[in-house]
Write a protein that binds this ligand. Structure first.
Ligand SMILES: Cc1cc2nc3c(=O)[nH]c(=O)nc-3n(C[C@H](O)[C@H](O)[C@H](O)COP(=O)(O)O)c2cc1C
Length: 301
């Protein structure tokens, strides 16, 4: 997640047994990406040596494949150097990127919000598809997860991951039942001790529920889900965003408005109603596992 995910959170996620990821653009300046990949690679290798019975999961780097990302080539070269095991691509599919990742033995997963984009991504060589459904944090789709999964599963039998408002172990099982191989969880990790988010943001995730999420394209030009309270704090009326613009936001609309939008207007999906405290990542992952097992047991009883 933009701004929120740094090596600390990624290492905690991977050593808890799930794939942790971060956007390359979170490493600022660009030269920091090399240090971050070094840190993560070393930490996971050390973990593997010390806990052979409980190996870490691989990590992923998210690349924004869009003309506006002028670091793309440089960041890909650093990912090649560290042979990043999983590259998640958003906002654009490119054949060369998929080939490059395959050349070092990695895999690519592409973010999509509908079936048309899923087909394009697979045509261009993505190994798997992340279906970002309605209710997801950050740049969210509009489709029901059921519609999205069944359309993509209709023709694609590769790795399919469901994203959007998944915040408990039962929902992970539901994603699998509906056709996904894996579940993708974002916003709940904002309320972890390892997340790079201000305490007030973490607390807002704890205090809020689905009714507190606003879907708008005002902040970045692409539709996404945001916490109502942070929109109010930025000086806008969440119920009348059509009347607002970045110029009317308290922080103005200078060249860094986009980063500021994410820093001050806080992204979140609709699933956070069950997040009732800020906790260590490991505790939350263990909770997901317990809930998943309980949901399975309930279904087979
Ligand atoms: C604050 C925030 C920042 C995000 N930043 C990115 C990003 O930089 N790149 C990306 O591909 N997805 C980003 N996402 C989307 C997540 O990868 C994921 O699809 C989403 O959080 C899943 O929905 P959930 O938050 O309801 O679990 C972000 C989500 C949030 C909440």
């Amino acid at each position: 997640m933009f701004i929120v995910s740094t090596p600390k959170l990624v290492i905690a996620q991977c050593t808890s047994g799930i794939v942790g990821s971060f956007p390359a653009l979170n490493a600022r300046p660009a030269s920091l990406l090399d240090e971050w990949l070094h840190e993560i690679t070393e930490a996971l290798a050390a973990w593997g040596r010390e806990h052979p019975e409980r190996p870490s999961a691989p990590f992923a780097v998210n690349q924004i494949v869009h003309r506006s990302n002028d670091r793309f080539e440089q960041d890909m070269a650093v990912c090649a150097k560290w042979r990043v095991p999983i590259v998640i691509t958003s906002l654009g599919a490119r054949v060369e990127l998929n080939e490059a990742v395959h050349s070092w033995g990695g895999i690519t997963l592409h973010d999509v919000i509908d079936d048309r984009f899923a087909r394009k991504a697979v045509e261009k060589g993505a190994d798997g598809v992340i279906a970002v459904a309605a209710g997801a944090g950050g740049h969210a789709g509009r489709w029901s997860p059921f519609a999205l999964l069944q359309e993509i599963r209709g023709w694609f039998d590769g790795p399919l991951i469901l994203s959007g408002a998944i915040a408990n172990g039962g929902a992970v099982l539901a994603a699998q039942a509906a056709g996904a191989d894996l579940a993708y969880v974002g916003s709940p990790f904002i309320a972890t001790e390892e997340a790079n988010a201000p305490e007030a943001y973490k607390q807002a995730i704890v205090d809020s529920g689905a009714a507190d999420i606003i879907y708008s394209d005002l902040f970045t030009g692409v539709h996404g889900n945001y916490l109502r309270s942070s929109i109010v704090n930025a000086g806008l009326d969440p119920d009348d965003l059509a009347a607002g613009s970045l110029d009317t936001m308290k922080f103005g609309s200078d060249g860094t408005a986009k980063s500021k939008a994410w820093r001050d207007v806080w992204g979140s999906g609709q699933g956070i109603g069950v997040i009732d405290r800020v906790q260590p990542t490991l505790e939350f992952v263990d909770l997901l596992a317990d809930q998943y097992a309980a949901a399975r047991a309930r279904l087979s009883a």
